[in-house]
Design a protein around this ligand. Structure first.
Ligand code: SF4
Length: 436
C-alpha cells in the first residue's frame, strides 16, 4: 500500500512484515515528513474521522500539538485503528480536553524545583537538564505536555550555558539526566559539545540520556551518533517502549547499535489504559526488551498531568501486572512500578507485598505461587553501626563522603536522635505548642 501525506513522500509500512520503505531510513527525511495535521493522519492511514469528532480533535490540537514520524505511524494496524496502541499514543483524542479536579499542569513540580532555567534539581546528587523542548513525536500521554512543542518554553540563548554553570558550581551533583523534549533532536555536534562540557566537570560521575528515539524514530540512532556517544562513557540511556508492537526490525537494529557502543540500556514504560494495561501484553514487552539487551527499569503510574485522565488506570492494575511478572519471568525483566509523587515528591515504588508476617526470629513470606514459607533470621548478628566515620569503621573500603540522611532512612539511622517525622501543620503538635 502506498499513500502520501500532505505534500510529503511518506509511505505506509506493510503491517504484516513491519518492513519500512527504504526511503524512511533517513532520519532527517522522517522529521521533514512528520505528520502534523488530522488530514495528514487520514491521508497516511487511509481513514476518516467523524465530522463531530473532528471539531473536538482540532480543539485538542490547539492545546497539544500533533507530530508523528511516518515510521511510527506506519506501525498502526488500520483495520482496528481506534484500538491500536500506536494510534492511541500518537493521534489526539477528544478526551484530552477533559481536565479533572486533581489534574495539574506541572504535577511533578519540575518548574518549582528549578534553580535555573532548564534544570530541575530535586534529589541532592542528581539533576535533570532539559536541553530542548522538541521531540520527533508528541506523545499524547506526555507528562510534559505543558512545554514540549511550545516555542515559548524552548531554551533561550545562554540557558544551556547557565545550566552547565549551575552544575559546575554545585558539587553535590554526581548524576546528570539529559532530557527534553528529546535530547537526540540536537545535532550530533551540539550534543557532543554538551556531553564534553559535562565530562569536564570532575564531580559529575555519570550522565544519562532519556530518549524515545529508538521507539519513534530509530533511524536517528546512526552509526555516527553511536560512535560519538561511545566517547562519553560512562553514559547510560533510558528509552520508552510501551507496547510490544513498537519492537520492530528497525527499533531492534537501533538498540543493537546503542548496546554495541557500550551504553547500558534501560526502559521506562508508562501504564496506559487501553494501550498496555494487560499483564500478558506487559510480559511480552519486557521479555522482548531483555532479548534486545534493554533492562525494564520503571513502569510509571500515569501522572496527574492535564489531559491524561483517559489514560489513567487504578494503581491496583499496576500491582496486578507486577504480580504477574515477579517469579513468572526473569527477575531482571521486572520493572519497578512507581508513582511519581505529585508536588515533586519523587518516585515512590509501589510493589506487591510479599511479607506475610514477622516475629523477632523469623519472617514469613509468600512466593509467586502462593507458597508461604518462614525465613529463619540469624540467631546472632553483630550489628554494624554507621556513624558516617569510615576512617574508624571496622568495615574496610574507600571512605564515602558524609551524606545527609533524612526521611524514613533517617529514623533508621544509628546517629540520629529523631524518632518521629511530624508534618508541619500537625494539629495535635500545634495544640501542644500553643498550650506551652
Ligand atoms: S518523547 Fe518524551 S518528552 Fe517527547 S512527547 Fe514523548 S513522552 Fe514527551
Amino acid at each position: 500500500m502506498h499513500m502520501t501525506n500532505k505534500g510529503t513522500e511518506a509511505t505506509k509500512a506493510d503491517p504484516e512484515s513491519r518492513k519500512i520503505d527504504p526511503l524512511t531510513d533517513d532520519w532527517r527525511w522522517q522529521l521533514r515528513n512528520s505528520i502534523k495535521t488530522l488530514e495528514g493522519v487520514e491521508e497516511f492511514l487511509g481513514i476518516r474521522f467523524d465530522p463531530n469528532e473532528r471539531v473536538l480533535l482540532e480543539r485538542t490540537l490547539e492545546k497539544f500539538p500533533l507530530s508523528v514520524t511516518p515510521y511510527y505511524l506506519s506501525l498502526v494496524e488500520t483495520e482496528d485503528f481506534r484500538n491500536d496502541p500506536v494510534f492511541k499514543q500518537a493521534v489526539p483524542c477528544a478526551d484530552e480536553l477533559i481536565v479533572q479536579e486533581h489534574d495539574m499542569a506541572d504535577p511533578l513540580a519540575e518548574d518549582t524545583d528549578s534553580p535555573v532555567p532548564m534544570v530541575t534539581h530535586r534529589y541532592p546528587d542528581r539533576v535533570l537538564l532539559r536541553i530542548g523542548n522538541t521531540c520527533s513525536m508528541y506523545c499524547r500521554h506526555c507528562t510534559r505536555k505543558r512545554t514540549v512543542g511550545d516555542t515559548d518554553a524552548a531554551p533561550m540563548p545562554g540557558d544551556i550555558e547557565a545550566a552547565l554553570d549551575y552544575i559546575r558550581s554545585t558539587e553535590s551533583v554526581r548524576d546528570v539526566l539529559l532530557s527534553g523534549g528529546d535530547p537526540l533532536m540536537l545535532s550530533d555536534s551540539r550534543l557532543d559539545q554538551i556531553l564534553t562540557a559535562l565530562d569536564e566537570i570532575e564531580h559529575v560521575e555519570v550522565v544519562r540520556l532519556g530518549t524515545r528515539m529508538p521507539t519513534v524514530l530509530p533511524q536517528r540512532i546512526t552509526e555516527d551518533l553511536c560512535k560519538m556517544l561511545a566517547t562519553h562513557h560512562p553514559l547510560w540511556l533510558n528509552t520508552h517502549f510501551n507496547h510490544p508492537n513498537e519492537i520492530t526490525p528497525a527499533s531492534k537494529a537501533a538498540l543493537r547499535r546503542l548496546a554495541d557502543a557500550g551504553l547500558p540500556l534501560g526502559n521506562q514504560s508508562v501504564l496506559l489504559a487501553g494501550v498496555n494495561d494487560c499483564p500478558r501484553i506487559m510480559r511480552r514487552l519486557v521479555e522482548r526488551l531483555v532479548a534486545n539487551r534493554v533492562r525494564p527499569y520503571y513502569l510509571y503510574q500515569c501522572d496527574l498531568s492535564e489531559g491524561l485522565s483517559h489514560f489513567r488506570t487504578p494503581v491496583s492494575k499496576g500491582i496486578e501486572i507486577i504480580e504477574n511478572l515477579i517469579g513468572h519471568t526473569s527477575g531482571f525483566a521486572v520493572p519497578r512500578y512507581v508513582i511519581d509523587a505529585p508536588h515533586g515528591g519523587g518516585k515512590i515504588p509501589v510493589m506487591p507485598n510479599c511479607i506475610v508476617s514477622w516475629a523477632p526470629d523469623r519472617v514469613v513470606l509468600r512466593n509467586y505461587e502462593g507458597v508461604i514459607c518462614a525465613y529463619q533470621e540469624p540467631v546472632e548478628y553483630d550489628r554494624t553501626q554507621c556513624g558516617q566515620e569510615c576512617a574508624t569503621c571496622d568495615l574496610t573500603g574507600p571512605p564515602s563522603p558524609p551524606r545527609t540522611i533524612n526521611g524514613v532512612a533517617g529514623l533508621l539511622h544509628d546517629n540520629n536522635d529523631t524518632d518521629a517525622l511530624v508534618p508541619e501543620d500537625n494539629e495535635r503538635h500545634n495544640r501542644r505548642d500553643n498550650e506551652a
